[in-house]
Write a protein that binds this ligand. Structure first.
Ligand SMILES: *Cc1c(COP(=O)(O)O)cnc(C)c1O
Length: 378
């Protein structure tokens, strides 16, 4: 049996761990070092560790782990944004054209407008559900599926084929799904980018990003970019992230079950509009999601009409914290418009934690009852 044959729970527990050796810990502690001792005669040729920006042994173990789960080679970054902007800047040159999701993570679009367009890269946008423009003359297509925060889903295999037929590279932001939710490299994508800040590590205690690919040329470009620009995670964060990976299967299992229970309860309420969860058979994303995803995310979205009603809902809920980000152990709600993105004022992204499903459904139902109708309470 190879590691790829094991099921998710087993792969998560073992991913990236060194071979067992008597007296050694399961996961070695963080190696906190900027420079390392060098061999005075051979210099950096003698040992893998010379300086902390290009390389660090704690980071290498985490990269082995994430690479195993994604099915490619991985480089970790200081944040998801560092990974995504690193890939874009390592690949795109003035005169190139890139296609980005029109409804994806807002700061990626802000970066494209502030930076890519000003250095002569042509930026086109396509909604995650399509229609997609012709990829003729395009260098890179970035998909985000499921898209954050709207949760539309793109058909990775079909778009990989279309991109490759036009000579373009296909990148997929795998943040929401995680490598247990879908493996874009196996579906034909050239490269995965993601934030590890969210469900991948899941404890709301660190920032992390990564790029994963089977292409040696892309790996070299991204590695070189990271070394020269320096957006590396610290050893302690890398270690915390690796420690958290062991429970990914357990956490996602509960988050997904909670999202299903909450989605079904919300679907039955006439006072909740615009409910989206790709795992609901009535959701427009369901047909593609059910085919392409190995499990459904713990995140759903809906609209409560206005900002006041969202605030009343969160105040009344005892198990829902007001917080951005998602994929953590604790259930959180984020009214996205407060961050200046282009969602409606009452739009809520709800990230289910690992609480007991019955408690969570009861708490959310009672909080919606207490929040009343849209508009200020009279
Ligand atoms: C959060 C997020 C990012 C950015 O990740 P950070 O770790 O916050 O920099 C990128 N893409 C998606 C889909 C995200 O949700």
């Amino acid at each position: 049996m190879t590691d790829q044959d094991y099921r998710d729970g087993t792969r998560c527990v073992h991913a990236g761990l060194p071979e067992p050796a008597p007296g050694d810990p399961f996961l070695p502690g963080p190696v906190l070092a900027a420079p390392y001792h060098l061999d005075p005669w051979q210099g950096p040729q003698a040992a893998p560790n010379g300086y902390g920006r290009p390389d660090n042994p704690t980071r290498r173990l985490l990269e082995a782990a994430v690479g195993e789960l994604e099915g490619g080679d991985c480089r970790v970054f200081a944040s998801g944004q560092a990974a995504i902007t690193g890939l874009l800047l390592a690949v795109l040159r003035p005169g190139d054209t890139v296609v980005l999701p029109a409804d994806g993570y807002f700061p990626v679009r802000a970066f494209a407008a502030d930076t890519l367009e000003t250095i002569g890269v042509t930026v086109r946008y396509a909604p995650t559900v399509g229609p997609y423009p012709s990829f003729a003359g395009v260098r890179l297509v970035l998909l985000e599926t499921p898209a954050n925060p709207g949760l539309d889903v793109a058909d990775i295999a079909a778009l990989a084929e279309a991109a490759h037929a036009a000579g373009a590279l296909l990148a997929v932001d795998n943040t929401t799904a995680t490598p247990l939710g879908q493996r874009p490299l196996g579906l034909g994508a050239d490269v995965v980018v993601a934030s590890g800040t969210k469900a991948l590590t899941g404890h709301s205690d660190l920032l992390l990003g990564y790029v994963a690919t089977r292409s040696g040329a892309l790996l070299d470009a991204v590695t070189g970019w990271r070394t020269t620009t320096g957006a590396v995670p610290g050893a302690f964060d890398a270690w915390l992230a690796h420690r958290s990976l062991a429970t990914l299967d357990l956490r996602l299992g509960r988050q997904s079950a909670n999202a299903e229970a909450v989605a079904r309860a919300l679907a039955a309420r006439p006072d909740v509009a615009g409910l989206r969860w790709p795992g609901l058979p009535t959701d427009p994303a369901y047909p593609v999601a059910a085919r392409q995803m190995r499990r459904m995310p713990g995140v759903l979205s809906f609209d409560l009409g206005d900002a006041d009603r969202v605030a009343r809902f969160v105040v009344a809920a005892r198990l829902v914290a007001a917080a951005t980000s998602f994929g953590g152990l604790h259930t959180t709600a984020d009214r996205r418009a407060q961050w200046g993105d282009d969602t409606a004022p009452g739009f809520v992204r709800l990230s289910c934690g690992v609480e007991d499903p019955a408690d969570l459904v009861a708490d959310i139902g009672a909080a919606l009852d207490a929040a009343g109708a849209p508009g200020p309470l009279s």
